[in-house]
Design a protein around this ligand. Structure first.
Ligand SMILES: Nc1ncnc2c1ncn2[C@@H]1O[C@H](COP(=O)(O)OP(=O)(O)O)[C@@H](O)[C@H]1O
Ligand SMILES: [Mg+2]
Length: 330
């Protein structure tokens, strides 16, 4: 199974940590039982990563995603609520999320801002059910997330993680992953929506190009574009993007932003973690997370100053500062 080739290469090159690789696997494979999948792939994973101890270390440290529920309603609205959510990483004293309450209504585009380390990616991971809250609840249409079938959630709530990795399969397979049999026309359309079609068609094998054979040739932005195309193709009720524009080129960025805003316009709920003030300004609501707490929340004109800095940010460098694209350090 070549899936892990690319991730393994990155680990070997020191580009990503084993933890990131496993997190990536959890993200991508959560539509079946995660533990089962990890066991299934374990020999390959070991080979790719080169050290079984590291994986066990990670698995010991990380809680497993709870068992899947059974709910899979046909008429999901996509109303997400976080109710007084607390979260601490195992073995760490200080909570990363400290009583976060947040609502995302159907049709709403919400920008989540905050300095590195604020807990934005952790919040996103909780919505993906990669972690369970230490206290508090996450509700989807009024029902706790664990009540839903994993595969259903994965399809309805598409999450583009901060640093998406790709499978060592074709670009077509990467974009249609988890959907079972998307046509080339559908995949191409999704790639066009994020400005990835041009670079893909310039590759010798186009959509059939094996990512593994490209090695590290795809840029961070190109990987991000592929991951966003994958999320859009699922046509989820809720779309969550974590620093998605950080590596995109200008053209892709503009296209992706149009898509995000259009998704909100068509009744989808969108939560975007972004350091781009210009994008946050086009959301319906801006939420500022700092030190694991919601610090400010409101319409962009109340939260953001015309210069893109926050109204009430104190002495810290704010997101904004033009488009510094907030790095992947978080
Ligand atoms: N897997 C992890 N284990 C332990 N601590 C973590 C882990 N991931 C993130 N953290 C810590 O949680 C805090 C919030 O991180 P993160 O959610 O990535 O913030 P942000 O995305 O806002 O930059 C940071 O202090 C970070 O060091
Ligand atoms: Mg982050």
């Amino acid at each position: 199974m070549g899936i892990l080739y690319y991730g393994g290469q990155l680990v070997a090159a020191g580009t990503v940590s084993t933890g990131d690789l496993v997190t990536f696997l959890l993200y991508q494979m959560q539509f079946t039982d995660v533990v089962e999948v990890l066991l299934h792939y374990y020999p390959t994973l070991t080979k790719a990563v080169g050290s079984s101890e590291k994986i066990f270390e990670f698995l010991d440290r990380e809680p497993q995603v709870a068992p899947s529920g059974t709910m899979a309603p046909h008429d999901l609205q996509g109303h997400l609520q976080l109710e007084d959510v607390w979260f601490s990483y195992p073995g760490r004293q200080e909570p990363v999320l400290k009583g976060v309450s947040l609502e995302l209504r159907p049709g709403e585009v919400v920008a989540l801002l905050g300095p590195p380390g604020a807990g934005k990616s952790t919040l996103v991971a909780l919505v993906s059910r990669l972690h369970q809250p230490t206290a508090g609840r996450l509700l989807l249409d009024g029902h706790p997330l664990p009540a839903y079938q994993h595969s259903y959630l994965c399809r309805q709530v598409a999450v583009v993680p901060q640093e998406p990795l790709l499978f060592a399969r074709s670009l077509h397979a990467n974009i249609s992953y988890g959907l079972g049999g998307s046509s080339r026309a559908q995949v191409t359309a999704a790639a066009r929506r994020v400005g990835a079609h041009n670079f893909i068609t310039r590759l010798p094998q186009g959509y059939d190009t094996e990512v593994g054979e490209l090695g590290g040739q795809l840029s961070g932005g190109q990987r991000q574009a592929v991951a966003i195309a994958r999320a859009l193709l699922r046509d989820p009720r809720i779309l969550i993007l974590d620093e998605h524009t950080s590596a995109l080129d200008t053209e892709s960025q503009q296209q992706v932003e149009q898509e995000i805003l259009a998704a909100g316009g068509s009744g989808r709920a969108v939560l975007m973690v972004t350091g781009r003030a210009a994008l946050a300004a086009r959301a319906q609501r801006v939420v500022v997370l700092e030190g694991g707490e919601v610090r400010l929340q409101g319409p962009p004109h109340e939260v953001l100053r015309p210069d893109g800095l926050l109204q009430d940010w104190g002495q810290q460098g704010a997101p904004g500062e033009g488009d510094r694209g907030s790095g992947g350090e978080g």
